[in-house]
Design a protein around this ligand. Structure first.
Ligand SMILES: [Zn+2]
Ligand SMILES: [Zn+2]
Length: 285
């Protein structure tokens, strides 16, 4: 497939997975119970509300969503039929709990080990591990996100699960800045002039670039914020530049703007969450 055709198939896959996640959360949202005193204690200690290690206890839920994922992967041609078949053949050997460990423990080299063991390409293994982690993290987050104290949480990592932000937006009404979590999807307010990754507040080393479009298109509403101190970037959607009727979904917007990641990386900036949006190096490059 050519790069644009491949990216279209990829977006279609992610859209179908987003729908599967929504259905999965709807089926299970009433079964999740997170003790109130636990979240209160964690908040009191300045920690994110959820202890992500909890996700490792959800073997049954993970297995169920693993099956949902396989159905979607089989119906979509982004990952080759051959690789998906190998994943299905290895299914009995895989404990889905093992597949989320690299994400929860923050050690992505774990994916390579599973890939070697199953003889399945690492891109597919990490894609499945990521989506399993996100589905259950989102399910948990829905239970506690209304308990986030937006006034007191001033950190650049997620107040619910502690993960890095994946993308951000400047809100249509008041231009306030909101970061969106790469794992559980929670959004939280953040200072306009501060790097979420190193807390740099020096405006001389915080800047952004835009891609000029003439005439302006929806792409013109995006910019890339970069920090010259830590060399990390984040993509920003300025909602004030969108038509009044637009209802952007930041999860999908992040996946459809990989061209901006490529530009930022060419300029020498990095993102700790880039692997989560681009499983294949060939996309848009
Ligand atoms: Zn989160
Ligand atoms: Zn920084």
């Amino acid at each position: 497939m050519s790069a644009p055709a491949e990216s279209k198939v990829y977006l279609g896959l992610c859209q179908q997975i987003a729908e599967a996640k929504t259905a999965f959360k709807t089926r299970h949202r009433d079964q999740i119970d997170i003790p109130e005193d636990e979240t209160r204690k964690r908040a009191g200690e300045g920690n994110p509300l959820l202890d992500l290690r909890r996700l490792k206890t959800e073997s049954k839920l993970l297995r169920e969503f693993f099956d949902d994922l396989i159905s979607v992967l089989k119906a979509n041609e982004f990952f080759s039929r051959e690789e998906v078949s190998k994943l299905i053949a290895g299914k009995e050997k895989i404990d889905p709990v093992e597949l989320i460990k690299p994400v929860i423990d923050g050690d992505l080299t774990g994916f390579k080990a599973y890939s070697d063991r199953l003889g399945v390409e690492t891109d597919l293994v990490s894609f499945v591990g990521l989506n399993l982690s996100q589905a259950v993290a989102e399910l948990y987050a829905e239970k506690v996100k209304n308990k986030v104290d937006q006034e007191s949480w001033v950190k650049g990592n997620c107040p619910v699960c502690g993960s890095h932000p994946a993308i951000e937006r400047l809100m249509r009404d008041d231009g306030k800045r909101m970061l969106r979590c790469s794992l559980c999807g929670t959004e939280w307010y953040f200072k306009r002039i501060m790097c979420p990754f190193c807390s740099n507040e020096d405006h001389n080393s915080l800047r952004f670039f835009v891609v000029e479009e003439e005439p302006p298109t929806e792409k013109s509403a995006f910019r890339v914020d970069v920090c010259d101190k830590c060399k990390i970037y984040i993509k920003t959607l300025d909602e004030r530049k969108l038509p009044e009727s637009a209802k952007p979904d930041l999860y999908l917007e992040n996946l459809s703007t990989i061209y901006l990641d490529v530009l930022a990386q060419k300029d020498g900036f990095e993102s700790p969450t880039y692997w989560m949006v681009a499983p294949s190096e060939s996309l848009f490059v």
